[in-house]
Design a protein around this ligand. Structure first.
Ligand SMILES: [Zn+2]
Ligand SMILES: [Zn+2]
Ligand SMILES: [Zn+2]
Length: 333
């Protein structure tokens, strides 16, 4: 194991197996030493083991060693340094072995929770769901063994749905025994570009690769990655919102423009005055000497509201030639 790589959760299967083996060996070693000690005491001291100060002290030393010795590959190596310091303090303060054992049990439970419920970087969504459910179950009265079988069952179910390639990747990860192997596996997962990567994704992968190059512990890289991904997402969201605003503004602008053009067209339509002489239909001028040539009687009727439109003539000639027939048509009564 590379010393500068901190052990982190979640555990690979190989790591979990190694921890279990070492734990079993450590426990039986401690038990047999304790047994020897009490036998030695019984055969050589008169007070009885529980009241023999000398051998009770020996016993505390055995526990102290077993609980606080440096322990690569053991579950305690995954725990924060404060845990061991805490235990040393309890031994120094002459806390009872029962109390100390209680503290160890509590930490071990936390270790089991962390190993069963911590998300891995390449966890399948189903695995994440199972881990969340397992964390919930820990808050209930369900025995640990039932939670263990629940997790194993879900893992089996998931495995059967994976493609052969996915199963191979999973098996490769499961086999990683050392933190160095796991670290390089995680590095591959995180830093290998994917065909769907955007330029921003590629930038981020480069950034993360540097963290791995600098041997930053994975549990410190993970929050950085999560933040980068969330930021990238929110950037996309901001960009999308801005685009939507632009599109809305553009649409409003287009609508206003269309309305303006329509009103211009209407004005233009209104502005075209056709000569009312039968068979003429010329456009009347709006300015100049021939502008505003119209039938005065129609004007008066229009002002009174009796007519829809004015009647215009295109020229004095047209007006003179057609006034008679116009009057006959519209003003004969
Ligand atoms: Zn003794
Ligand atoms: Zn008229
Ligand atoms: Zn005319």
């Amino acid at each position: 194991m590379t010393a500068d790589i901190q052990p982190v959760y979640p555990l690979t299967k190989a790591q979990a197996d190694e921890i279990a083996l070492l734990h079993e060996a450590d426990t039986s070693e401690l038990e047999s030493r304790l047994k020897n000690l009490s036998e030695t005491c019984q055969s050589s001291c008169a007070t009885g083991f529980s009241k023999c100060a000398t051998h009770q002290n020996e016993m505390r030393k055995l526990y102290l060693n077993a609980y606080t010795a440096a322990s690569p590959g053991r579950w305690t190596s995954y725990r924060p340094a404060e845990y061991t310091q805490d235990l040393k303090r309890m031994f120094d303060a002459q806390a009872s072995i029962e109390k100390i054992n209680g503290r160890v049990r509590k930490e071990k439970m936390q270790h089991i929770k962390d190993s069963q419920c911590t998300f891995g970087p390449s966890d399948h969504p189903t695995t994440k769901k199972t881990k969340m459910r397992a964390a919930e179950l820990r808050g209930t009265a369900m025995p640990q063994s039932d939670i263990d079988s629940y997790i194993i069952e879900e893992e089996q179910k998931l495995l059967s749905t994976l493609t052969p390639e996915q199963q191979e990747v999973q098996a490769e990860y499961d086999k990683s025994q050392s933190e160095a192997q796991k670290y390089s596996y995680l590095r591959t997962c995180v830093c290998t570009p994917k065909p769907t990567d955007t330029p921003r994704d590629l930038e981020l992968r480069l950034k993360w690769t540097k963290l791995f190059d600098n041997k930053v512990p994975y549990n410190e890289i993970l929050p950085v990655m999560e933040k980068d991904i969330a930021d990238a997402k929110s950037n996309v969201q901001i960009l999308e919102n801005r685009l939507a605003d632009l599109r809305n503004a553009q649409a409003a602008n287009n609508k206003a423009k269309a309305a303006k053009e329509e009103s211009k067209r209407k004005q233009a339509r209104d502005a075209i005055r056709r000569c009312c002489s039968e068979g003429c239909g010329n456009v009347c001028e709006l300015s100049g000497p021939n502008a505003d040539l119209g039938c005065e009687r129609c004007f008066a009727m229009k002002e009174d509201g009796a007519l829809q439109n004015y009647s215009w003539f295109c020229s004095p000639e047209c007006a003179k030639a057609n006034a008679g027939s116009h009057n006959a048509r519209f003003h004969s009564t």
